[in-house]
Design a protein around this ligand. Structure first.
Ligand SMILES: C[S@@+](CC[C@H](N)C(=O)[O-])C[C@H]1O[C@@H](n2cnc3c(N)ncnc32)[C@H](O)[C@@H]1O
Length: 274
């Protein structure tokens, strides 16, 4: 088992809290804001990655729920924010069940507060590099029936694993254990092989010793033999984009060239067992 503390350490930065800061949350400390401010001030526009990622996650859970998925395992779930996975899924089906998993103790603390009144959700502290521990966890087993389809969510988390940690093996591990008709959703930092990507990767590696901006080929490689569903791997801002209230058709007809450089640096795809 990886060395894991249940105490929130305010002297060390945390990926979950930096991300919370970038999304406008309040669950962060000075040490997190220093890293967040680097992205805000030194890489202007980069915060668009966080919001594009969250919006795509909402659409992906919505799409899985429409496909009949009623249970989700959200790996590297992060701190509660607006429109969490269970809230989106339960709009479709009140009995939708979600197991949230994160290695950061702050997620457990805040997750329990948010989910205290919802007996169809749980949050556990675990490291996604140890999938057996998650799969066999009693709280996960209580909630998730692995003989029924599951939506396995890796939203903005596999880029926090270095290549030596073999993220593609983790995806395969889960998809070999869930029933056919399950889904896996991955969103991932996309390398533009440009200066922005180089600086951002340098900052994450320097702060956390992890953080990989992978090329499209590398991200597609994470899906292994799975069948990518329409539209395949695309920028999060383009993935099954739908008209919002007041949107005209023209606004929905968005192409890569309409996106900022930063919006082009996060991609996602939804896949199923072939
Ligand atoms: C960028 S946030 C993404 C949060 C959420 N999935 C989303 O897309 O909005 C990455 C999350 O992954 C968690 N994380 C990073 N490495 C992890 C690991 N090895 N095991 C479990 N969680 C991890 C972090 O603590 C953080 O909460």
């Amino acid at each position: 088992m990886a060395d894991r503390t249940t105490e929130v350490d305010q002297s060390q930065p945390s990926i979950a809290r930096v991300y919370d800061y970038l999304l406008g949350g309040k669950d962060n400390y000075a040490v997190d804001r220093e890293i967040g401010d680097f992205f805000i001030n030194d890489l202007p526009g980069s915060v668009a990655i966080a919001s594009a990622n969250r919006q795509a996650l909402v659409r992906a859970v919505d799409a899985m729920a429409r496909d009949g998925i009623r249970q989700f395992v959200d790996l590297g779930s992060g701190l509660p924010t607006a429109d969490n996975v269970h809230q989106v899924a339960q709009r479709h089906s009140a009995d939708a069940r979600v197991a949230y998993v994160d290695s950061d103790p702050i997620v457990l603390a805040h997750g329990h507060a948010l989910l205290a009144t919802d007996d169809r959700t749980t949050v556990i502290q675990a490291d996604l590099r140890e999938p057996e521990e998650i799969y066999d966890h009693p709280e996960v087993r209580n909630l998730i029936d692995f003989d029924e389809p599951v939506g396995v969510v890796f939203s903005a988390v596999l880029h926090h694993l270095n290549d030596a940690e073999r993220p593609a093996d983790l995806v395969r591990w889960w998809m070999e254990r869930v029933s056919s008709d399950s889904r896996v959703y991955i969103s991932h930092f996309r390398s533009g092989e440009n200066e922005q990507t180089r600086l951002a990767e340098q900052k994450l590696q320097g702060s956390f010793g992890r953080g990989r901006w992978r090329t499209d080929e590398e991200v597609i490689g994470l899906f292994g033999d799975l069948e990518l569903l329409e539209p395949g791997l695309v920028h999060c801002s383009l993935w099954r984009r739908e008209p919002g209230p007041g949107d005209g058709d023209a606004e929905v007809d968005v192409h890569e060239g309409d996106l900022t450089v930063w919006e082009q640096l996060i991609s996602c795809a939804l896949a199923r067992n072939p």
